[in-house]
Design a protein around this ligand. Structure first.
Ligand code: HPA
Length: 272
């Protein structure tokens, strides 16, 4: 059932565009500028694709953008789905299964998140070294379809070490400063409490956000290599001196977007 839904979505997309993307890029809130670096663009709105969820969150356009960066075929997800919108983990990761069927081997996941590590500051870009799932849910729960992946997928390199090193080399060549850290998944939609942030910090989290981890799990399950880059848009509750606002998150993400875009563009052009 799930498998045939994935295939129907794939067939629909292939009936609309003749593209063979190798790299998928999931764009976080306010981080859409990467699309401007793409050439020969073709878009497919999610709402037209069979079995696709769709969301209304501000800052997302909700479409696949196929195109080229250098000589690499890429597909961007402009708009992603979140647990706090009421989607199940299975629904919100559905696009990743479809990307895999379209031929995507490597996935770059980006997001806007809150900084817990006190060496961070808003506007910083962070290579995600690992995740902690504080959500108590997992997209791979349920019957396993061996055609897609193994029952018990390994997460030793949830974020591929070779890609992390590659991202660091590229950032150094471009003189783009970066941090490295562990991303904690919180369900939202409320921001965390100060006590929750103290707990997450004690447990080893450097940053906290409401996305990315489900896609990372499924991409690993499907055999993709994943690179994660976060934009620290604010310091987390209790560390920040001010209350949170989604507008501020989008503003800071937009301001860092050009730097992230330059970085991703350079990486994709030199991809290994
Ligand atoms: N917490 C959770 N998610 C976020 C935050 C935060 O502080 N900032 C941006 N996304």
């Amino acid at each position: 059932m799930f498998y045939s839904q994935i295939m129907e979505a794939k067939s629909y997309i292939q009936s609309k565009v003749n593209r063979k993307p190798e790299i998928g890029i999931v764009l976080g809130s306010g981080l859409g500028a990467i699309v401007e670096a793409m050439e020969n663009i073709e878009t497919i709105p999610y709402e037209t694709i069979p079995h696709f969820p769709h969301s209304n969150i501000q800052g997302h356009a909700d479409q696949f953008v196929f195109g080229k960066i250098g000589n690499k075929e890429v597909v961007c997800m402009q708009g992603r789905f979140h647990y706090y919108e009421g989607f199940t983990m299975k629904q919100l990761t559905f696009p990743i299964y479809v990307l895999s069927q379209l031929g995507v081997k490597d996935l770059i996941v980006t997001n806007a998140c809150g900084g817990i590590n006190q060496d961070f500051e808003p506007g910083d870009l962070m290579i995600i070294s690992d995740y902690i799932n504080f959500l108590g849910d997992n997209p791979l729960i349920g019957d396993n379809d061996e055609r897609l992946g193994p029952r018990f997928p390994d997460m030793t390199e949830a974020y591929n070490h070779e890609l992390m090193d590659f991202a660091k080399d590229c950032a150094n060549q471009l003189n783009i400063p970066y941090k490295t850290g562990v991303y904690a998944l919180f369900n939202g939609p409320c921001y965390e409490t100060a006590a929750e942030i103290r707990a997450f910090k004690a447990l080893g989290a450097d940053a906290v956000g409401m996305s990315t981890v489900p896609e990372t799990m499924v991409a690993n399950y499907l055999g993709m290599r994943v690179l994660g880059i976060s934009c620290i848009t604010n310091m987390a509750t209790g560390i920040a001196k001010v209350k949170h606002s989604h507008e501020k998150v989008l503003e800071v993400a937009n301001n860092s977007s050009a730097k992230l875009c330059e970085w991703v563009q350079y990486m994709v052009e030199n991809w290994k």
